[in-house]
Ligand binder design. Structure first.
Ligand SMILES: Nc1nc2c(ncn2[C@@H]2O[C@H](COP(=O)(O)OP(=O)(O)OP(=O)(O)O)[C@@H](O)[C@H]2O)c(=O)[nH]1
Length: 336
């Protein structure tokens, strides 16, 4: 019983004392019915998707806090758009806010807003054992606390905030989930998160463009062609796909929604910079190189044959990105 209570029974940390409870539901069933009305308000409607300059429409539909193993935390933002059916994400560090998430939906309750993450400040449990005592007064309490938290957030916002670190990262199930050593994707994602956590501010736009846009099915076929000796570019082409089929219009719209007109972009890929800036609303003030970990030190002869073989595959992949895809990276002498 208490699990359901803690799901919805959250509040913003502030020094406002909870209002005394009165006229509340008296049974568990009454309490659940009361909360359901707040969460699934019959008249709450999704607003029209937000239009951006390039006619790509996106909307942040939900945001949630994610604590990480390293001790920091970020806010995951989930976006819908009018270009595809994918759930693109923004991993946000620090005080950046989504315009489309913060919009007020018709007839929504304060609990609607909290459940979809459009709240200010921080949430903490206020309801556990005594949940059945909750009353509509509790909603007024949340309402007042949110107004206060929003006012505090607005008072803290200054124009002179540092330019945020930004990474536009394409999904790589093999590199990020099953830790494939064929590519550096997992390593790059971890490094971007590490740097943003350290800086306290930043965004990783996580695009569902698996396999440079060809999808996992085709990427796995491409891996078999690579095992026959074709490189990562040739394998795509042999399967009748472009070497890189990705676009960055949705990333541009997401960054626009998060109100970051200037960015320091973590990338080696010139195409990302060119495409991102082509819409005219976002400027890449600095590019920060993503140097592969294995290229920042010379490989050791003590490595096992297996490790050397693995390193060879990754080096080949990285070299092709430099030689054939124009990535901006110095090739270490041992790959030439
Ligand atoms: N088709 C194909 N896709 C691959 C292969 N290895 C990795 N990928 C995909 O390549 C993409 C890499 O994305 P990113 O790391 O965002 O971009 P990048 O082009 O390497 O550029 P930066 O990392 O920003 O320098 C992901 O979508 C991976 O799934 C491969 O061998 N074949």
């Amino acid at each position: 019983m208490t699990t359901a209570f803690t799901l919805f029974g959250m509040n913003v940390v502030h020094d406002v004392a909870p209002v005394p409870l009165k006229n509340g539901p008296t049974t568990y069933q009454e309490y659940i019915e009361f909360l359901k009305k707040q969460v699934h308000h019959p008249n709450a409607v999704t607003p029209l998707l937000m239009a951006s300059d390039n006619d790509i429409r996106i909307q942040c539909q939900v945001r949630a806090r994610i604590p990480t193993n390293e001790g920091g935390e970020m806010y995951l933002h989930l976006y819908k758009n009018n270009q595809d059916t994918k759930e693109h994400l923004a991993i946000v560090y620090g005080d950046l806010r989504s315009r489309s998430l913060d919009e007020t939906w018709a007839s929504e309750t304060i609990l609607n807003r909290i459940v979809r993450g459009a709240y200010y400040g921080r949430l903490e449990e206020i309801v556990a054992e005594e949940a059945a005592k909750l009353t509509p007064d509790q909603m007024d309490y949340l309402e007042r606390q949110q107004q206060q938290a929003k006012a505090e957030w607005e008072a803290r916002v200054h124009d002179d905030k540092p330019v945020p670190l930004v990474r536009i990262h394409s999904e790589c199930f093999t590199g990020e989930t099953v830790h494939s050593a064929r590519c550096d994707c997992g390593e790059q994602l971890d490094e971007a998160m590490r740097q943003m956590q350290l800086a306290g501010r930043g965004v990783i736009v996580y695009l569902r463009q698996e396999g440079r846009g060809i999808g996992l099915l085709e990427k796995l076929k491409a891996y078999n062609l690579q095992d026959l000796g074709h490189d990562t570019v040739a394998a795509n082409v042999l399967l009748n796909h472009p070497a890189d089929g990705r676009t960055y219009g949705i990333a541009n719209a997401i960054l626009n929604d998060l109100q970051v007109p200037n960015v320091h972009l973590l990338t080696n890929n010139p195409d990302k910079i060119k495409q991102l800036e082509s819409y005219g609303n976002i400027k890449v003030l600095e590019r920060h190189a993503m140097i592969p970990r294995s290229w920042s030190s010379t490989p050791s002869n003590d490595d096992s044959i297996y490790q050397q073989q693995k390193a060879l595959e990754l080096d080949r992949y990285l070299s092709v990105k430099v030689k054939k895809m124009g990535h901006i990276l110095d090739l270490p002498s041992f790959t030439q």
